[in-house]
Write a protein that binds this ligand. Structure first.
Ligand code: GLU
Length: 478
């Protein structure tokens, strides 16, 4: 049997950490087994859909390198892969279910349902309100039809027994039918619900394994019952735990970046993010952290997915990304940095001297997004940071330090980091200042901020003329 998995996002916004981890586990599982990945867009709920979300999701998946063998973009033998284009399939299934008495028309108004729900809340059959139109007489049906009430379609859930799911992550789970109630398959206007479209598509697309978030666990018995009623075979499931923030509350914007797009903007490497996400609820040997994509594919198994909630640790991601960045060859680093700058529409993109800066920044950056603040002013002369500039003006040592620096740097013969270091250190001796105090005004003069990727290297990088010009400008300001 060929493994076939699907990632089935609803286009309601950006791809978030939880969703992308689901996509990744599906992808790793399929690639490990030489299987097929399907991307299916669940866009039946047009009210919750957001403009451009499908393109966003596809863009994020592309950036991470998660390719899908069948998708709205690539097509495939089981298309269309947009649920909004599959209405006929859903209608045909409903017709069949109605014909066989496995589903029925329900004329309840939302108000009637709500009132029945309230009344049933504390009884021993809380799902009873969903079954009130299960066995209408033909007189009742004609009366409701005569009143012009729209019908919704409900599934005739067995009243007794239970549905058992052997979940690969959570083990055996039994769901009592009596508590499920009669699932809504189609809304009044004939629009399919998630509970109809999702399992039908899994069946039609030959999905063998459903890997998704555990928030969808309550839907599982409903979907299994439906597929089996239609003579299909329910896929094996693996429900992934929730992702929490460090405060053990469900991960959200409050905890910092939470969408792939944001991590991309901050200059994370896609591979570092993939590696980090893979470890969010799965481990290989409980120890190894850094793994290549090929290693992840080879080692991934659902058996080692942890059913306990995973905690998203931004610091660990930053550490991991930094570890990846430090490993890159200089050329790859420069290319990655430039790609990030292009992506961010930064004026530093394409700068021919970018590569020269790599040895100065590679050890220091946790993500490419930090580059501009640390070293951008070495590539373009720009307005100094006002806070740093005020600090410079308030520094009583600044005039004499800057004067001495201008003289010394004007006089040295070789303008190398070593020679510059020697000069600056002699200024400390001359003025009897600690380097910490002497170098602050110089750093602000050179970079316009309180940070520099290395003061001597920065001055050497700028060259004598530009360094002296910046020092003189600062001198004039103090
Ligand atoms: N479309 C559903 C969602 O985005 C996922 C459905 C599923 O994986 O079964 O929540």
């Amino acid at each position: 049997m060929t493994v076939r998995v699907r990632f089935a996002p609803s286009p309601t916004g950006f791809l978030h950490v939880g969703g992308v981890r689901t996509a990744l586990y599906n992808w790793l599982f399929a690639r490990h087994h030489g299987g097929v990945t399907v991307l299916r867009i669940e866009d039946t709920d047009t009210e919750r859909e957001t403009e451009g979300a499908i393109e966003q999701i596809q863009r994020s998946l592309d950036w991470l390198g998660l390719d899908f063998d069948e998708s709205p973009r690539t097509g495939g033998p089981h298309g269309p892969y947009l649920q909004s284009e599959r209405a006929e399939t859903y209608q045909a299934a409903v017709d069949q279910l109605l014909e066989q008495g496995l589903a029925y028309r329900c004329y309840q108004t939302p108000e009637e349902l709500e009132a029945a729900r309230t009344a049933a809340r504390h009884t021993d059959d809380p799902a009873a309100p969903t079954r009130l139109h299960r066995d209408l007489t033909s007189e009742q049906i004609s009366r409701f039809e005569g009143e012009g009430r729209p019908a919704i379609i409900r599934f005739r859930t067995p009243l007794e027994g239970e549905t058992v799911v052997e979940d690969l992550v959570r083990g055996r789970i039994a769901f009592e039918h009596r508590l499920l109630g009669d699932t809504v398959l189609m809304r009044g206007g004939g629009a399919p619900t998630y509970q109809l479209a999702n399992p039908l598509d899994d069946m039609a697309m030959g999905i063998t394994h459903v890997i998704r978030g555990e928030d969808l666990l309550p839907s599982t018995p409903r979907q299994k019952l439906l597929i089996e009623a239609l003579g299909g075979r329910f896929p094996t499931t693996a429900h992934l735990s929730m992702i929490l923030g460090p405060d053990k509350k469900r991960l959200s914007k409050r905890h910092g970046a939470a969408s792939v797009e944001e991590f991309r903007e901050q200059g994370y490497l896609p591979h570092a993010l993939v590696n980090f996400l893979a470890l969010l609820g799965w481990s290989w040997d409980g120890e190894t952290e850094i793994m290549s994509i090929d290693e992840l594919i080879e080692r991934f198994s659902l058996e080692r997915v942890n059913p306990a909630p995973a905690v998203f640790d931004h610091q660990k991601l930053a550490w991991m990304n930094g570890a990846y960045l430090r490993e890159l060859a200089v050329d790859d680093y420069a290319a990655g940095l430039d790609a990030h700058l292009i992506d961010a529409a930064s004026p530093l993109a394409g700068n021919p001297r970018l590569g020269e800066l790599v040895p100065m920044v590679q050890e220091k950056l946790g993500a490419f997004g930090e580059f501009d603040a640390l070293a951008g002013s070495l590539l373009v002369d720009r307005e100094p940071d006002p806070v740093a500039w005020d600090k410079l003006k308030a520094d009583e040592n600044a005039p004499k330090v800057l004067d001495a620096t201008i003289t010394m740097l004007g006089a040295i013969s070789a303008f190398s980091p070593e020679a510059i270091e020697g000069s600056l250190r002699s200024i400390c001796d001359l003025l009897d200042l600690k380097p910490k105090h002497a170098f602050t005004p110089i750093r602000i003069a050179i970079t316009g901020s309180t940070v520099a990727p290395g003061l001597y290297e920065s001055i050497a990088f700028l060259g004598r003329d530009e360094s002296l010009a910046r020092l003189q400008r600062a001198r004039a300001a103090v």
